[in-house]
Write a protein that binds this ligand. Sequence first.
Ligand SMILES: [Zn+2]
Length: 406
Amino acid sequence: MSDEHHKSELISLVEELMADIDSKLLHPKNKILLYSRYLLSKLSWHFTVSSVSKTWVTENIDSKVNSYIRKWLDIPISGTLSTVFLTRNKFGLSICPPSVKFIQCQTVLRKALKTSPNEAINDLWKATSNSKNIQYDVYNSTKQVLKDFHSGQEDKLHTQLTCQGSFFTNITKFSLSQLTKIWSACQSNLPKNIFNFTVRYINNSLPTRQNLARWGLSPTSDCSRCLAPETLLHIVAGCQSYLERFTWRHDSVLNFLATSLQTVSGSHLYVDLPGYKSPSIITGDTYRPDLLLSTSTGTLYIVELTVGFESNLQKNVERKKSKYKELIREQNEHFNSVKFVNLSISSLGVFSKECCTFIEMLNDFDFQKQHQNYCIRRMTTIAIRTTYYIFCCRNKEWMNPELLSV
Ligand SMILES: [Zn+2]
């Protein structure tokens, strides 16, 4: 087969199969799965035996695939795909473009030639170690190709696309990485619209007024309530006239937490929510932490929950730490021990590093691993869904909905 023949077959294969996947009534995550598991493997024979160039694959095959991925995830043309190309433990969707598969196929081929027991084949490898092939000869395995691709994307998000990479940069620095798996599982259980919302939240391509103005689709980039620039942070965690919305989200998460901690035997629970004894019974009115739990062994747990924007994950930890320093000292005089649980989570339900104090508390209460994961999953899902609702209600009236429970 000539290269021209391979090229035309590759193009028609991709066009046909992608259109077919596109036409199915499937959740975007499943369309992506079909692409990754089915379509890419269909291309591997052409990618191995033909001598088309990487540039040709990028320009002709990647571009077709990327436009479908954008369509399925509702990502506008100005939104980067680098965040979805990352692995799941980096808040991506573990997709890779066809050109990466192409390099993997070439790597396998080159390695087979090089390590063949047949000397004539080794000579063939030597004779073809030219400028075109040298880029595949540097890799030892297909895994390494993938690793290289991912670090390239991460680098791009850290250094070039700082606005679209802001979520990624903050999360990699400040989140409790052992919980990323749970976050990813929560994300894949979301319905299509909220799933796509999380993807666009992560690469900052949601239709905020600032983005709309940047794209030439809105005459103004300002918030309708306070005239500050309407950024994502402003809508979901910043605008002073949306405070009751943020309180609703905070209390929805707190409400779930309170319900879960009711089962701790022999303890007294105080929660800053209607229907519970108020924490000020113990702390007075100066400090009103979100939740207090005193155990039969004389330990007082002070739980302070913050739901804030990703870029403030660490700042919120520090702020709460210094705010409650004095209270902890005071209460130490009345209890055998006082433990401060600084529960700072992000508006997209990502737990900060400091949330290890929360896990420790659940361990103290003998919550089994499975039960702990269940609690974290629920809290994450409530945070995502409430933030989604807050986003949808931007520039609209707030109807004071009931606390969200999922
Ligand atoms: Zn505002």
